[in-house]
Write a new protein. Sequence first.
Length: 320
Amino acid sequence: MWKNVGYYNEEIGALEEMKVPMGDRALYFGDGIYEATCAANRIPFAIEDHLDRMYNSLRLMEIPFQMDRSQVRAELQKVLDAAEDAPIHFLYWQISRGVAPRNHVFPEAEVKPTLMAYVRPHTMKPLEKPYKLISMEDIRFRLCNIKTLNLIPSVLANQRAAEAGCDEAVLHRGSRVTECAHSNISILKDGVLRTAPTDELILPGITRKHLLALAKEHDIPTLEEPFSMVELMNADEIIVTSSSALCMRVESIDHIPVGGKDPQRIQMLHHEHIFDRDRHGQAARRRNHVARVAEVRRHLYPVRRHVPQLDRSLILILEG
Ligand code: PLP
């Protein structure tokens, strides 16, 4: 067991001690794709959705990865199981086109793609501390629907956000809002949840998908249509979603206060509910213990009302 676990082509060990071959095309071209999610009690959030998107990115990048879904799932579970206990872990994995002498052209067919992964303990950001954003022109290429390793514009955008004391950068092409540097962005306006459509300008986020489903479950109408920076600034609420932070409310953009006008609906879309949606389904399939969770929740209700922070950790631990 290690606190931080590393994995490269079936080799597993302490993350800090793992090494990768110099010929890996991820190093020269960012020639690969990745996925990331958090795991509570070693159950990754929305793993099937992440695997769907992973195979789609591989197809679009023409990376001939041979491992099937159940093998990938099993390898990732090995990495998670090798990690020291923590209520929540962060699970990252990437597949590169393989190890070969540097050449822009794809390597010979016998070169096999590489699978790399790591797991680290993770702390969810509290919803009570909303995000501060900066806004920036979106200068990324037009393949944003593929989760490639090429992330330089996003790295620069996040650096600018950090320098401004902010959490994320919201990107726009002209007046049209696309997404954030490593998250999707949605707005609530007049009771409708609106988010950009899944074209080549945004990553089809897994948390975005679950947010839309959760809104429908709460009878909140949804609209997958582009919106402008002006509409963003005037939204009743702004929600930033990603698999590492799940659902975050936004309180300012470029240091101007925004949102905060629909607390009731934002509470319905709280990130605990997103986590629960997926995990309940998995828990039911894996261990059929939904009834026990309901029981635990009933007992905990008085505690949860008064100590919301405690709620999440207790529920996550007890659901395991
Ligand atoms: N958009 C971009 C550019 C991202 O990098 C990410 C996450 O890494 C997201 C959106 C959110 O996607 P998900 O909810 O699947 O984590």
